[in-house]
Design a protein around this ligand. Structure first.
Ligand code: GUN
Length: 284
C-alpha cells in the first residue's frame, strides 16, 4: 500500500509555524511585509498572486500588490523594484513570472536585492544554494524537501532522479537532494535512456511539464514519487505522473491536486519570515 503525502496538511503545519514566527516579531514591534508585482493580465498568474495575498493575510504578513499594466516599460518596472528595495517595511519582493515578452526577465531578477529575493532566483542566491550556504530556497524544491522530511523519508544514500532541469525546480531540487547526501541524476528532454534511469530511482521527482509523462513501467517497486506538474485536462487536474497506475508501485506518492502545489505558497511565506528576521538581525 502506498502512502499518499498530504501536501495540504504539511503546508498547514508550515504556515502555522510561520504564523507563530510572525507573531513573535510583531511582539518585538517588527512587521513582516511582502511585495508582489504582477505585470499584465495572464489569468494563471492572477490566480497565483491572489492566493499569495490570501496566505499573507492569514499569517499576519502585510502584502502589497503592484498590478502593473501590460504596457509597463522595463524602466518603470526597475524603478518600482528600486523603490521596494529601499522600503523598510517590505522584507520580500516577488515579481510574478512569466513577464510579458517585451520585458527582460533576467534584468528584473538581478535588480531585486538578494536579501529580499524570497523566490531565490537572484544569481547570488542561486550560487549560495550551490555551495550549501543559503537563506532562501525556491519555493517548489523547498516544499518538496519539507514533504520528504514530514514523511520521515531519509534522502541519505538514496538514488534520486529529477526529471526536468529548470532553474526554478529541477536544478535547485538536484542540489538540495545532493546536500542531503542523495546520489542525484538530473534528466531532461535529451536524456537517452530515461526509462532505465528512472527505474533505478529510490526517489523520483517529476518536473517535466507533460501530463502523465511518468508511467508505471518507469518506476521501481517501493519508490517515492513526487509530482511537480499540474495540468488541466478533460477530467480535471492531473500531474506529470500517471497517478492511478504509478501509485500501485510506490511507497509514497504526492497527489495532484493537494501535493506539491499547496507547499509552494507555504514556503514563500517561510522565506518572507526568514527575510524579515535576517533584515532585523534576528536568528532564524
Ligand atoms: N511563476 C510561476 N511560479 C513562480 C514562482 O515561484 N515565482 C515567481 N516569481 N513566478 C512564478
Amino acid at each position: 500500500m502506498t502512502e499518499i503525502i498530504d501536501g495540504k496538511a504539511v503546508a498547514a503545519a508550515v504556515k502555522e509555524r510561520v504564523k507563530q514566527g510572525v507573531l513573535e516579531l510583531n511582539e518585538k514591534g517588527i512587521t513582516v511585509g511582502l511585495a508582489v508585482i504582477i505585470v499584465g493580465e495572464d489569468p494563471a498568474s492572477k490566480v497565483y498572486v491572489a492566493n499569495k495575498k490570501k496566505a499573507c493575510e492569514a499569517l499576519g504578513i502585510i502584502s502589497e500588490e503592484y498590478a502593473l499594466p501590460e504596457s509597463t516599460t522595463q524602466e518603470e518596472l526597475l524603478a518600482l523594484i528600486a523603490e521596494l528595495n529601499r522600503k523598510k517595511s517590505i522584507n520580500g519582493i516577488l515579481c510574478q513570472l512569466p513577464l510579458p515578452a517585451h520585458l527582460d526577465e533576467k534584468q528584473v531578477i538581478n535588480a531585486i536585492l538578494p536579501e529580499k529575493d524570497v523566490d531565490a532566483f537572484h544569481p547570488q542566491n542561486v550560487g549560495r544554494i550551490m555551495i550549501g550556504d543559503f537563506d532562501f530556497v525556491p519555493c517548489t524544491p523547498a516544499g518538496i524537501m519539507e514533504m520528504l522530511e514530514a514523511s520521515n523519508i531519509d534522502v541519505c544514500g538514496k538514488t534520486c532522479v529529477v526529471i526536468g532541469r529548470s532553474n526554478i525546480v529541477g536544478k535547485p531540487m538536484g542540489m538540495l537532494l545532493l546536500h542531503k547526501n542523495g546520489t542525484v541524476t538530473i534528466c531532461h528532454s535529451k536524456t537517452r535512456n530515461l526509462k532505465e534511469i528512472c527505474l533505478g530511482a529510490d526517489i523520483l521527482v517529476a518536473a517535466v511539464g507533460k501530463p502523465k509523462f511518468v508511467t508505471a513501467d518507469m518506476v521501481k517497486e517501493g519508490a517515492v514519487v513526487i509530482d511537480v506538474g499540474i495540468h488541466r485536462g478533460e477530467n480535471g487536474l492531473c500531474g506529470d505522473v500517471d497517478f492511478e497506475n504509478v501509485s500501485k508501485k510506490t511507497s509514497f506518492i504526492t497527489p495532484v491536486p493537494g501535493g506539491v502545489g499547496p507547499m509552494t505558497i507555504a514556503m514563500l511565506m517561510q522565506n518572507t519570515l526568514t527575510a524579515a528576521k535576517k533584515q532585523n538581525a534576528l536568528p532564524e
